[in-house]
Design a binder for this molecule. Structure first.
Ligand code: GLN
Length: 540
């Protein structure tokens, strides 16, 4: 039978509950346990697919095509778990199931209530991924005290009652702020937030204290006394520059031993060697590169979480410090692109939706192509690259995607699934993992060193096959294709140090211990470009 760890958060949001959960997963996996992680979000949207990335951050896409919370990205990066649609539940999805059952008459005339019907549905969801795993780590989104969280907290309370103390564990993440004016660490917010939990019948077993310094014994003793949590289970979750250090800090605080002891699981030989080496690499960087990331939400970096991580993984692999210049695409429309992008060692146009900023992104492509600056276009960034090529090399005036100009004379991208008869709202996207076959000798094939790859998609528009021959004749290389639907997945141009656009999102599959091949190749090219431009030999 699987054991369950429930992670709740208190005091304020954005304390890094997702990374804390992922770090715990990583540590338990390092002992040889089979683990997985699930996220429960108390909001009423059925999934984050339709939510504004400005508010909610990135939409993370799984192999099976679920549009999920960005914390699932952390789960996959820190552990070997493969997340699916069953790894992310929202109150909306839970209620959707209940209302469907109610309409089908499945409640046999009973009054449908929060307890037991909503809580039962939540408990059923906890069990969807439990098979084949020794431990399921469940992160409850939101902050304790929110009205929306209550049914979820009630469900985890019931889990303790039915499965017992040896099979369930409550971990609470709180904030222990340092007040500068008095020079003191404050435990009151933690006391209040634990009291809130206790009032609904949950006594935390472990407290993770997010703080800017290691907590000394006295403070830990005070927290222990007021919260009824054993002293050894009051853990410092110190701020770090590199999120991949967090499992090591937790290990230093003996968090894994405490968890295993409470769950009555034997301690196995912990293997953290590779992880430590990766963290150490980041402390021994030889040089740096600057990537200009031309996006729409450049102000909110959470909307590019996986992308940022994938670039970091690749830069660390090359022993390079990564600088990201966050560029608002619209600024490139008003000002000279070379003034804004001239100093970049590489230009990346990431995924995106909607018309705003498109012409700015296309200008960034022109500059990268002409100046031979390494270019990486992801999804929308690939579409911009193809449109730029069509307009300026193949001389197809007004070429565009029908997403940005419905009347364009040259529809380089069009709504493929709609033509195929997929009409259902929300069902028009190509989502999840697809096979892609690579062309020998291309940048892509050199990067992956294999012929067949699987990558994740999230887009509505596709490369129009009617323009393939024209663009190929003008010199565009089509280096990746989906064999079943014949869809164009990767484009490149020759006579350039590195210029590649892919229709999929490679950033979702990059891991700190396994940087993604395309990101690695791109960063390699940007460093070569930087050295050449500044006239020095690579330092690695
Ligand atoms: N808006 C484009 C499309 O729907 C690109 C989407 C993306 O970049 N994820 O096809």
């Amino acid at each position: 039978m699987s054991k369950f760890i429930f992670i709740t958060g208190g005091v304020v949001s954005a304390l890094g509950k997702g990374v804390a959960a992922a770090s715990i997963g990583m540590l338990l996996e390092s002992h040889g346990y089979r683990i997985t992680l699930q996220k429960f979000d108390p909001y009423l949207n059925v999934d984050p697919g339709t939510m504004n990335p400005f508010q909610h951050g990135e939409v993370y896409v799984t192999d099976d095509g679920a549009e999920t919370d960005l914390d699932l990205g952390h789960y996959e990066r820190f552990t070997s778990t493969k997340t699916t649609k069953e790894h992310n539940w929202t109150a909306g999805k839970i209620y959707e199931n209940i209302l469907r059952k109610e309409r089908m008459g499945e409640y046999l005339g009973k009054t449908v209530q929060v307890i037991p019907h909503v809580t039962d549905e939540i408990k059923e969801a906890f069990n969807t991924v439990a098979d084949k795993n020794d431990i399921v780590i469940i992160e409850i989104g939101g902050t304790v005290g929110d009205i929306e969280s209550l049914p979820f907290l009630e469900a985890i309370r019931q889990m303790r009652l039915s499965l017992g103390k040896d099979n369930t564990l409550f971990i609470h993440l709180t904030l222990v702020p340092f007040i500068k004016t008095s020079g003191e660490l404050k435990t009151k917010p933690t006391q209040h937030s634990v009291r809130e939990l206790q009032a609904i019948g949950i006594q935390p077993d472990i407290i993770l204290c997010r703080t800017d310094r290691f907590l000394h014994e006295e403070i830990k003793a005070k927290i222990s006394l007021f919260t009824n949590v054993p002293l050894e289970a009051v853990i410092t979750a110190k701020d770090v520059d590199n999120i991949y250090e967090i499992p090591l800090i937790f290990a230093q605080e003996r968090l894994d031993s405490i968890i295993l002891k409470q769950l009555k699981l034997p301690q196995k030989k912990r293997r953290l060697g590779q992880w430590k080496t990766m963290v150490e690499r980041k402390k021994n960087l030889h040089d740096e590169v600057t990537i200009a990331l031309v996006g729409k939400y450049a102000g909110l970096q959470d909307s590019y979480m996986s992308l940022k991580q994938a670039l970091e993984h690749a830069a660390t692999a090359h022993l390079l410090k990564l600088n990201i210049a966050w560029i608002e695409a619209e600024d490139l429309e008003k000002k000279k692109p070379e003034d804004i992008l001239g100093k970049a060692d590489g230009i990346l146009v990431p995924g995106g939706f909607g018309t705003r900023g498109i012409e700015g992104k296309i200008k960034a492509v022109t500059l990268a192509r002409k100046r031979k600056i390494p270019y990486f276009g992801i999804c929308l960034g690939m579409q911009c690259a193809a449109i730029e090529f069509a307009r300026n090399i193949a001389h197809l005036q007004g070429a565009n995607s029908s997403e940005f100009d419905t009347k364009t004379p040259h529809k380089i991208f069009f709504k493929w699934r709609e033509l195929k008869g997929v009409q259902k709202l929300g069902g028009t996207m190509r989502l999840g993992q697809f096979l892609c076959r690579l062309q020998k000798g291309s940048f892509a094939e050199k990067a992956y060193s294999k012929a067949n790859i699987y990558e994740r998609h999230r887009h509505r528009y596709e490369f129009n096959p009617e323009y393939e021959e024209i663009l190929k004749k003008a010199g565009l290389v089509i280096s990746g294709r989906n064999p079943k639907h014949k869809l164009v997945e990767i484009i490149e141009i020759n006579n350039h140090p590195w210029f590649l656009g892919c229709q999929f999102h490679p950033e979702f599959k990059s891991k700190p211990l396994k940087p993604h091949p395309l990101f690695k190749a791109f960063i390699g090219a940007t460093y070569a470009y930087r050295c050449k431009r500044n006239n020095y030999k690579p330092k690695n």
